[in-house]
Design a protein around this ligand. Structure first.
Ligand code: RUB
Length: 303
């Protein structure tokens, strides 16, 4: 071996282990920093409603917790949306159950929901929905794929217009969609002004409680008008949204309603409301199509 070659090699040999030790040392804090950044971003996105809908929030929280499995991380996540029992449920299960298994639940439950919803959707139906619910959208898209012929009426869902997301998603799947302003929901639910009456209402849920469900503001009015017009209301929701705890009603930022409003005008922005079980004909969950009280009995037996 020539002198220069052996010098090169010894340099390489000398550099190798030193370098990898150095990179090992610097990579750990770097990795922690990255993980913390990712974790904090998810918490922020949940808090700022960038991540919307019960299922998406629960999934995101689960991913975040598996990045940082500490007590304080769990606390942070739980306080990011205290109104989401499904997130509470998955975080509680996350200490004993593998992430893969928990994530699989969302899809397995949705497949069951789709099958059960299919039995309720009839050809020619006009289905009214509100806000954006992954459980509802997926069930409708599945029914369309199975050849059901129906159309959807939906609301804009002010102040954040989640109805637009629903309309776009359903339209993309080839479903005919007619959107109404929230204040026109009475027209959409009755045979007025040339509108055909809706045949059924599909609502999602954030929380399934013993006496009814919590869903996006406007849901109770919809359920009341539907009942007055003899239109059945079906809740489409994963049973993991069930809780026996009291769930607070979320009040959101006032500038969602009126940015830079004059100072002397009081604004309220309640994001959710309670729909009593008396308005609910069926709950469509992975446990089947059930009367609300039967659902509560069945789900209460589960862990
Ligand atoms: C969303 C909303 C949805 C439920 C159910 O409100 O009220 O109907 O979360 O959704 P927000 P999913 O956008 O304010 O979170 O079926 O996706 O779990």
């Amino acid at each position: 071996m020539t002198k220069s070659k052996s010098k090169k090699n010894s340099k390489k040999r000398g550099k190798g282990p030193k370098n990898s030790k150095k990179s090992q040392k610097s990579s750990k804090p770097e990795k922690t920093k990255k993980t913390n950044k990712k974790f904090n971003k998810i918490v922020k996105d949940i808090k700022n409603i960038k991540i919307q809908g019960a299922r998406n929030v629960a999934k995101a929280a689960l991913n975040a917790y598996f990045l940082k499995k500490t007590k304080s991380a769990k606390k942070k996540l739980l306080s990011s949306r205290p109104t989401e029992p499904m997130m509470q449920k998955v975080l509680q299960k996350a200490d004993k159950t593998p992430k893969k298994e928990l994530l699989a639940h969302f899809d397995i439950a949705q497949e069951e929901i789709n099958k059960h919803a299919l039995k309720i959707i009839k050809n020619g139906d006009i289905i009214f929905t509100h806000c954006h619910s992954t459980n509802v959208s997926n069930a409708l898209i599945h029914a369309k794929k199975q050849g059901k012929k129906f159309q959807v009426y939906n609301t804009e869902t002010r102040p954040l217009y989640q109805g637009r997301k629903t309309a776009k998603e359903l339209r993309k799947a080839g479903i005919k969609v007619t959107m109404f302003a929230d204040s026109a929901l009475g027209v959409a639910l009755s045979k007025e002004q040339g509108t055909k009456k809706a045949d059924k209402v599909f609502l999602g849920a954030d929380a399934l409680l013993k006496k009814g469900v919590i869903n996006k503001i406007g849901s109770e009015v919809i359920a009341q008008i539907a009942k007055n017009n003899k239109i059945p209301v079906h809740i489409v929701a994963d049973s993991w949204k069930f809780t026996k705890k009291d769930i607070p009603m979320e009040q959101r930022k006032l500038n969602e309603i009126w940015d830079r409003a004059p100072k002397n005008i009081k604004i309220k922005n309640p994001a959710f409301e309670f729909v009593p079980k008396k308005y609910i004909k069926t709950i469509i969950s992975e446990l089947g199509n059930l009367k609300y009280s039967d659902f509560v009995k069945k789900v209460s037996k589960k862990k």
